[in-house]
Design a protein around this ligand. Structure first.
Ligand code: GLP
Length: 248
């Protein structure tokens, strides 16, 4: 097991935290223009992408040589479905910058190809040289990617059933429609293989999950607690998500 080393940065507002995450991503890409980025979806990430687009439009950063691997994708949704994470990434980020879309990857999420699709995704990440920086949000129940409570610390990309709490939390992205009940997600082990992990959590609804992620050692009840075993994790929190334990 690796030595745990994490840093926490706490900001007064969610936007300040998102801006700091964007600045960190930009410095990574400037230092390594062909960086392999692990990307995340969720409302928390929307201001990060907005700041990255603004920086690109100012001429501060280019994404043309970057490759990206998203954490997860709903199973059974066509990429063109507005609820798919492919559509979401196009709409929120890829369509607005100079990224080469042939180097942007999400797990292949047809229901019938799931087992092979997981292995293929792992192989593609290795082929790309591994993930330099994995951007990560956290679910209210402590999930990372779509690794729900009970996921194994060495799990890899696979088909998973979504927890009731996740279905309820994500219903807002489906305009009254039904959230798909399963997804293909990088495993906890896949996430831990990234060279650096940058976690962004904002809002009071995440405070308990953030606290549990830092308590004791790994517990399958809080998948994010696995991050304690990684040697390079940066947490970016707003004051609402930071438990009193971390308040300055
Ligand atoms: C989603 C995603 C996660 C994300 C989390 C939080 O279900 N699969 O990768 O981190 O839940 O989402 P939000 O930022 O909308 O709270």
């Amino acid at each position: 097991m690796q030595t745990s080393s994490s840093q926490r940065h706490i900001f007064p507002t969610s936007d300040a935290a998102a801006q700091a995450v964007a600045a960190h991503i930009i410095s990574t890409v400037k230092a390594k223009p062909n960086a392999v980025l692990g990307l995340a979806t969720g409302a928390t990430m929307e201001p990060v992408y907005a700041h990255l687009i603004a920086a690109y439009k100012r001429g501060d950063v280019r994404f043309s040589d970057v490759s990206t691997f998203n954490l997860d994708e709903y199973a059974g949704l066509a990429p063109s479905d507005p609820g798919s994470y492919r559509s979401t990434m196009d709409r929120l980020f890829f369509d607005h910058v100079d990224i080469d879309k042939t180097k942007t990857f999400l797990p292949e999420a047809s229901l019938d190809a799931s087992a092979a699709a997981g292995n293929d995704y792992e192989a593609m990440i290795i082929q790309a040289g591994g993930i330099d920086l994995q951007l990560l949000g956290i679910g209210r129940n402590g999930h990372i990617g779509f690794n729900e409570p009970g996921s194994a610390i060495d799990s890899r990309t696979r088909l998973v059933e979504l927890h009731e709490d996740t279905l309820a939390a994500n219903a807002r992205f489906f305009d009254g429609g039904k959230v798909p009940g399963s997804a293909i997600t990088m495993g906890i082990g896949t996430i831990l293989s990234a060279r650096e992990i940058v976690v962004l959590a904002t809002g009071a609804a995440k405070a308990d999950a953030v606290r549990d992620a830092h308590c004791g050692s790994f517990s399958p009840d809080c998948p994010a607690s696995a991050l304690q075993t990684h040697n390079h994790v940066l947490w970016f929190l707003d004051s609402a998500a930071a438990s009193t334990r971390f308040a300055a």
